[in-house]
Design a binder for this molecule. Structure first.
Ligand SMILES: NC(=O)c1ccc[n+]([C@@H]2O[C@H](COP(=O)([O-])OP(=O)(O)OC[C@H]3O[C@@H](n4cnc5c(N)ncnc54)[C@H](O)[C@@H]3O)[C@@H](O)[C@H]2O)c1
Length: 339
């Protein structure tokens, strides 16, 4: 089994590589141009798994270089396409960068899947495609509201492109809709380490707790929720990684070409303020954060109905909010000490 991971040096890609190497005998290749990650992530993956991952430092928007990488790898059984830009706020400021990177990159991956007869594709989608929904929990059949940001829009379009592609192609396609991946590998050696100023709650918390960023804001405490802060479905990145392995195996078992969409969340909503309390509990100290204004592109409340993932893949999340916080804090402290 040869599996290509795009975005292998990234947060979810790196955890997925480790999950695969720790549980399966698959040959793994990566394509990552390090636009939001560091080369040394592969040293850490190699240390944890005692392996030697081959990464092609190629931009997936460059079709010729992508084709060259596919040719060099040889027959690929599955592609897991993580490579994309993901910062909601940045996408509001730089929409064309997001449409270019996320859409052109996906189209090129699909062209290569077709050209090189790749039988299985897993696509990183997002709960942001549902927008501001009226009905909770969100199941895969919940009608989508308007996309709240260019980033979300690239995921809606990405799913549509894959839907059309799957009708004319032999590649079996699965779109995994992640809710809010957080946490880090239990070794403390890899985790989320954004190159630019962090946007997601947990890196903001751990960097603020470490004194790396001077201030921390909770964006909006006047939402119509139980404590006024936004509600999210935080899901441990190692649970997300495991779901990719199960989704790829599920796809491989299907005889006919198909397309499916599966939520990956715990099914439980946790507010931003509750997440902060969970961090304070595991870290053993209080965070002196400030209350700031709402952010453009943020939805009020969203959590998943995880039933389909359980029914189809047999996937059930194993790790809770305190384990998510404890592993993130371990990773951040390791970064603080060792760089
Ligand atoms: N982390 C989340 O909260 C979240 C939630 C829902 C969906 N997703 C999606 O999951 C995927 C992975 O997210 P992540 O959190 O690991 O992000 P990440 O930024 O940590 O990882 C993405 C990786 O892709 C690489 N990359 C980006 N554009 C590229 C390009 N044009 N060519 C080659 N490499 C490129 C980056 O260098 C990075 O290493 C993304 O598609 C993201 O939109 C993430």
């Amino acid at each position: 089994m040869k599996v290509l991971i795009t975005g292998g040096a990234g947060y979810i890609g790196s955890h997925t590589i480790i999950e695969i190497l720790e549980s399966r005998e698959w040959e793994i290749y990566s394509i990552d141009n390090f636009c939001n990650s560091e080369e040394k992530t592969f040293d850490r993956i190699n240390r944890i798994t005692n392996s030697n991952i081959k990464n092609f430092p190629v931009d997936v928007c460059d079709l010729a270089q992508l084709q060259d990488a596919f040719t060099k790898i040889g027959k690929i059984d599955g592609v897991i396409h993580f490579a994309a830009l993901k910062a909601v706020g940045e996408s509001v400021d730089e929409p064309l960068l997001y449409y270019h990177n996320n859409i052109e990159g996906l189209v090129n991956i699909l062209k290569c899947c077709e050209q090189f007869n790749v039988p299985n594709l897993i696509f990183s989608s997002s709960c942001s495609i549902y927008g501001n929904v009226d009905q909770l929990p969100v199941s895969e059949s919940t009608p989508m509201a308007r996309a709240e940001s260019p980033y979300a829009s690239t995921k809606v379009m990405g799913e549509e492109i894959i839907e059309h592609f799957s009708k004319v192609s032999a590649t079996k396609c699965t779109c995994l809709r992640y809710f809010n991946p957080v946490g880090a590998h239990n070794s403390g050696l890899i985790g989320e380490n954004p190159i630019n100023k962090p946007n997601n709650l947990i890196p903001v918390i751990t960097q603020f707790a470490s004194g790396i960023i001077p201030e921390m804001y909770v964006h909006g405490t006047d939402y119509d929720t139980r404590d006024g802060s936004c509600i999210r479905d935080y899901i441990h990145v190692s649970d997300i990684a495991r779901a990719h392995v199960m989704a790829l195996e599920y796809s491989m078992k299907q005889n006919k070409t198909f397309i499916d969409h599966i939520n990956l969340g715990t099914g439980e909503g946790v507010s931003v303020l509750e997440a902060i309390i969970a961090f304070e509990k595991v870290a053993g100290f209080k965070l002196n954060y400030k209350i700031g204004p709402k952010r453009a592109g943020d939805v009020k409340s969203i959590y998943s109905d995880p039933k389909k993932a359980k029914d189809l893949l047999g996937w059930v999340p194993k790790l809770g909010i305190e384990e998510m916080m404890a592993s993130s804090w371990k990773w951040q402290q390791n970064l603080n000490n060792n760089g």
